[in-house]
Design a protein around this ligand. Sequence first.
Ligand SMILES: Cc1ncc(COP(=O)(O)O)c(C=O)c1O
Length: 439
Amino acid sequence: MSIVDICLRESLSRAPVMVLPRGVSPNLALDQRLSRRIAAGERVVHLGLGESRLPVHPALVDRLATAAEAHSYGPVAGGESVLRAGAGYFGRRRLPTAPDQIVIAPGSKAALFALIAALPGDVVLPQPCWVSYAAQTLFAGRRVIGVPVPADCGGVPDPSLLRERITEARRRGEDPRIVILTVPDNPTGTTAAPETVRRVCAVAEAEGLVVLSDEIYRDIRHDPAVPYLSAAEVLPARTVVVTGLSKNLALGGWRIGVARFPPGAWGHDLRAKVLAVGSEVWSTVAAPMQEVAAYAFSEPPEIVEHLEASARLHGTVAAAVHRAVVAAGARCNPPQGGFYVYPDFEPVRAVLAAKGIVDAAGLQSYLLDRWGIGVLGGHHFGDEPGGLRFRAATSQLYGLTADEQWASLRSADPTGLPHVAGQLARLREAFTALTRGAE
Ligand SMILES: Cc1ncc(COP(=O)(O)O)c(C=O)c1O
């Protein structure tokens, strides 16, 4: 177990430690290890990194190429056209927005850190949650208050526990003032229902918490007919929405994120504080990337179609992996957005224990060492280290080459394509063998 895991777990379990994480974030570290093994010719099924393995849409490449000569520093918040496009993007999602409510950042990760740094107080996190929230909180010198997620979804603290956990934290001398929601969620791949979002927001409002709503997977929900509610619709004056182009358009390496601040004086003041952080840390988002972002956030038809096809593919492949883990005896909420499944092998604990697997780290190591399957144990997400849960990033199954990935995207039956079917068969074999007794 790395120092990062220990710090995050201790922080989430509220031990009075303020040790800063050291070392690369666990998902990136695992990716580097697995990529080296794949490059060396090993047969590894890499489900370890939350990256959409899809090619860049050619229209985005064109924009970038056309903008390559834009090389000056620009405004910290972003240039006018990208701010207008960002405002339009949110406006089409029932969040009327003026350009001066927007800030563009080099990735939503940077925007989130700037927000935590600019806001006062300690941070309430759903447990489990995306790896970086707790690390960022610690780097900002704040404490983490972990609250378990409800049984039917991740990404939000269980609303029936939230108030009591906030009260307990205050009794311990902590100062919870921020709650982060991830809808849809990484690591669980689920989307909190509107009623759950409403209940969490009601507690946040009563307790005076600011909501940071991470909606980076919103555009790749698997079934667009399922109702979606942003916390910003419920608590418009106290919610900042953060999103980006890393997941929906597979542009993680281009580093484009955006934050939408509440209308009114408080939101304006917070935006100014975030810009102060941005001005000292990243200055401005790379000018050619702002051109890309302005185009993407204006949502021309070819980009909308590309997003719809991506969401269908993510849904189909995540559902296939979900069937595989459930068939092997795991419990798992059905994936609804993004590209993750988060199975719980508790129902087969005795079988796993007979193989020496008693916790999440052991499960992660076993799958990699015995089957060449790379997943990230639940402990990396602040989940109980003794649990038998892991996150599988199913978007890694679309193929290794751009040709294979385009074929996956265009296929009416991607799980039937040989390069996808072969990996799914390997997963089914491994999960079945894992839970079957002696191998
Ligand atoms: C929930 C969540 N938020 C934010 C990010 C960071 O994305 P970006 O590439 O925009 O920094 C990720 C990436 O894994 C994520 O899963």
